[in-house]
Structure formats: structure tokens, C-alpha cells
Design a binder for this molecule. Structure first.
Ligand code: TYD
Length: 204
């Protein structure tokens, strides 16, 4: 549909995806591609304001889902679709799978409502590749504790993250064509080797 390619990074908080975004962006740039890196919620001026609210304010879970998709609508219109239309690579730190995993899995919002929002906001576009960084909860917890003060999601309990992780893995099994699950307990070098193989098959 677009000449560019769309790559999303996913995983529970503390899975370590952020470390690998720069690696993938550099890998593609070294091969002559234009790369736009961005994130959700956020990626636009309005989206970053919504991110502030989403990460720090208490709200009804449907409000949360609607604001995630409102931010996404703006992100698609202003950043993602124009870049894909130019033929760029777009790498996003989270996309709609995060809404299914966190609002659907974690918060138990009826998945049919999320499907309806997805149909509304991006009926045709899906990532060409979704890299799911998967780790056991204890590993993710330990990584988070070492880094920073937690936001609203990061303060959630273990069963929330167990359900979030389970929904990510369920989606990976449902959409095997675009998902690649990466064992994020591996060393950085081993993850990079896995990424090399995945990217080589993507750009052929
Ligand atoms: P995250 O991507 O982990 O950023 P940082 O590394 O800066 O903490 O934070 C975004 C949070 O938003 C994360 O906890 C998951 C949550 N989130 C949702 O709940 N639903 C969504 O649709 C998206 C995009 C994110």
C-alpha cells in the first residue's frame, strides 16, 4: 500500500526494547534507507501531551483506550503515513498491539472494543514487522527497579503484567506473518544477531 516499511517494537515494561531501537535504525541507515524513529503514546506535539495524561493521570479504562487511539490517529496522520508514503522506514516504539496487550490483556477491556477502534483508526495499515521482546516478569521487574521512578503502568501488579505478556504472545501466535518474538533474556550481542537475521529477510 505504501512504498515505505513500518516496524513496531513491543514488549512489557522492562523487556528491554528501547535498547534495540537504535541498533535497528542504524542497521537500516547503514544500508542507505531513510529512517524515522518515533513512539506511542506520543510522536506528535498533541500526542506527547496525551502521553503525559496517559502515563500519570488516573482515568476510566475506556477513556484510556480512547486517548491511546486518539494519539495514534494524530500520529498516523502527521508522522507515520507521510513517512511511509515517501518510502521511508518508520520504527515505532509501540503501536496498536500495545493497546491490545495493556488495555485488553492487562486492564481486561473487551477486545472487541479494541478491534472496533483499530478498524476506525487504521482499517488497512498494519506493521510489516513487529518485534516482540519477551521476558519473564521477574527479569522485567528487576530491570525496571534498576532504572527509574515508575509511571502509572509500571506501578501495576504482577498479574497485570502476566496478562499483558500473555496477550502479546497470543497476538504473536495469531499474526505470525508480521510478528517475531525475541527472547530478551539473551545477551545484547545475541539479540543483535537475531535482529540481523530478521532484518535481512525483511529487506530482501
Ligand atoms: P514505554 O513505551 O514503556 O516508554 P518508556 O520506556 O519511556 O517508559 O511507556 C509507555 C507506556 O504506555 C507503557 O507502560 C505501555 C503503555 N501503553 C498502553 O498501555 N497502551 C498503548 O496503546 C500504548 C502505545 C502504550
Amino acid at each position: 500500500m505504501y512504498p515505505g516499511k513500518f516496524i513496531s517494537f513491543e514488549g512489557i515494561d522492562g523487556a528491554g526494547k528501547s535498547t534495540h531501537i537504535a541498533y535497528v535504525a542504524n542497521w537500516l541507515r547503514a544500508r542507505g534507507h531513510n529512517v524515522v524513529t518515533t513512539r506511542e503514546p506520543g510522536g506528535t506535539a498533541l500526542g506527547e501531551k496525551l502521553r503525559e495524561l496517559l502515563l500519570h493521570e488516573k482515568m476510566h479504562l475506556e477513556t484510556e483506550a480512547l486517548l491511546m487511539f486518539a494519539a495514534r490517529r494524530e500520529h498516523l496522520a502527521q508522522v507515520i503515513e507521510p513517512a511511509l508514503a515517501r518510502g521511508d522506514y518508520v520504527i515505532t516504539d509501540r503501536f496498536t498491539d500495545a493497546s491490545f496487550a495493556y488495555q485488553g490483556g492487562g486492564r481486561k477491556l473487551d477486545l472487541r472494543k479494541l478491534v472496533a477502534l483499530e478498524q476506525w483508526v487504521h482499517p488497512h495499515l498494519q506493521p510489516d514487522l513487529t518485534l516482540l521482546f519477551d521476558v519473564p516478569l521477574e527479569v522485567a521487574r528487576a530491570r525496571l527497579a534498576a532504572t527509574r521512578s515508575p509511571d502509572k503502568f509500571e506501578q501495576e501488579k504482577e498479574d497485570f503484567f502476566a496478562a499483558t505478556r500473555a496477550e502479546y504472545l497470543r497476538r504473536a501466535a495469531e499474526f505470525p506473518g508480521r510478528f517475531r518474538v525475541i527472547d530478551s533474556t539473551l545477551s545484547i550481542q545475541d539479540v543483535e544477531a537475531a535482529l540481523d537475521r530478521i532484518l535481512e529477510s525483511l529487506i530482501e
